[in-house]
Design a protein around this ligand. Structure first.
Ligand code: HEC
Ligand code: HEC
Length: 275
């Protein structure tokens, strides 16, 4: 007991000593007014960093590699897009308005149907309609700075001189991209989950018009919970008839929180089609 009160007394002494020191000895800092406007030093972003940002966007937010990858064969390889530009522009079917690789890549991302690479059009469209979504809209929603970063990356990959200039808001795009990569909080609604994991780029679901996978608007009347769970966690376990294997990403199990997976399954199970 004596020891305890000694300890307490000593602790209080130490606390008072520090408090006194802080109050009377250390000069008080005047809180500085917050800076009026955050000034981003844009000259600080080098072309190398801009290109690297583009590379991360292709795999991350842009979800380009969902379709443009080695396995699926559902989209042409992006690395060749620059080298093939002149061939595309000279194609008799070309009706777009691009004149060089920068404008062709730009057009390809915002108006995919302006020119559809032969053999890659939507089924039955005779290569007039592209299954690729406009990357500035829908669930991908890239802004201008992000699109330019992707173009810089593709030009660099394709071994061409980079013609895009680093835009003013590149710093903000890079910052946002960095935040996206950090650990995240679980999403609260199923709409956010569908949006973030771009299910609608490939499926008709929640108003999106994806065309590479089965229509999910009535999936609940055809498939039970267990099937839906397996379809998300292990897409190649059952291949929906008429669709290709190896196309749906197989790492949702690692990316989704358990509660999010349950929300998705409940949502899909409730999709009974048009009443
Ligand atoms: C849902 C699948 C899908 C996604 C996601 C997608 N693409 Fe595509 N993309 C395609 C398909 C299919 C084609 C071929 C048909 C066409 O020409 O539009 C294509 C064509 C292209 C072309 C023209 C290629 C050429 O050889 O002429 C470019 C460039 C391109 N995509 C860039 C991108 C970029 C960059 C992203 C990400 C920001 C992206 N795509 C996301 C499916 C997709
Ligand atoms: C890159 C395209 C792509 C994306 C992105 C994608 N899917 Fe798929 N999905 C497919 C394809 C192709 C199939 C059909 C082949 C198969 O069964 O694996 C499929 C099959 C399914 C099936 C089974 C349908 C059936 O009738 O058997 C479900 C359920 C499903 N996807 C849900 C989702 C959900 C939920 C997401 C988002 C978290 C998602 N998919 C994202 C391409 C995609």
């Amino acid at each position: 007991m004596r020891n305890l009160s000694k300890t307490i007394f000593f602790s209080l002494l130490v606390i008072f000593a520090f408090a006194g020191f802080a109050n009377f000895v250390v000069p008080q800092l005047q809180p500085a007014p917050p800076p009026k406007e955050e000034v981003l030093d844009l000259s600080a972003m080098t072309m190398d960093q801009f290109v690297a940002l583009g590379g991360r966007l292709v795999e991350g937010k842009g979800t380009c590699t969902l379709c443009h990858n080695e396995v699926g064969g559902r989209a042409p390889p992006l690395i060749e897009a620059v080298a093939l530009t002149s061939e595309r522009l000279a194609d008799a079917r070309y009706e777009g308005s691009a004149s060089d690789s920068e404008s062709y890549l730009y057009e390809s991302m915002l108006e995919p149907s302006a020119f559809v690479v032969a053999g890659f059009g939507k089924a039955g469209s005779g290569d007039t309609e592209s299954p690729m979504p406009d990357v500035s809209g829908g669930s991908i929603r890239m802004n201008e700075a992000e699109i330019l970063a992707v173009i810089a990356y593709l030009q660099d990959m394709g071994g061409e001189e980079i013609s895009v200039e680093i835009p003013e808001d590149a710093g903000a795009a890079a910052e946002e991209e960095e935040e996206d990569g950090e650990g995240r909080e679980p999403f609260a609604t199923v709409e956010e989950i569908l949006d973030e994991f771009t299910c609608g780029a490939c499926h008709m679901v929640a108003g999106e018009e994806g065309d590479l996978g089965p229509d999910l608007n009535a999936i609940g009347s055809a498939r039970a919970h267990d099937y839906l769970r397996r379809a998300i966690l292990d897409p190649n376990a059952d291949i929906a008839e008429g669709y290709e294997a190896d196309l749906m990403p197989d790492d949702y199990g690692e990316q989704l929180f358990a509660g999010e997976l349950e929300m998705l399954i409940e949502y899909l199970a409730a999709q009974q089609g048009e009443p």
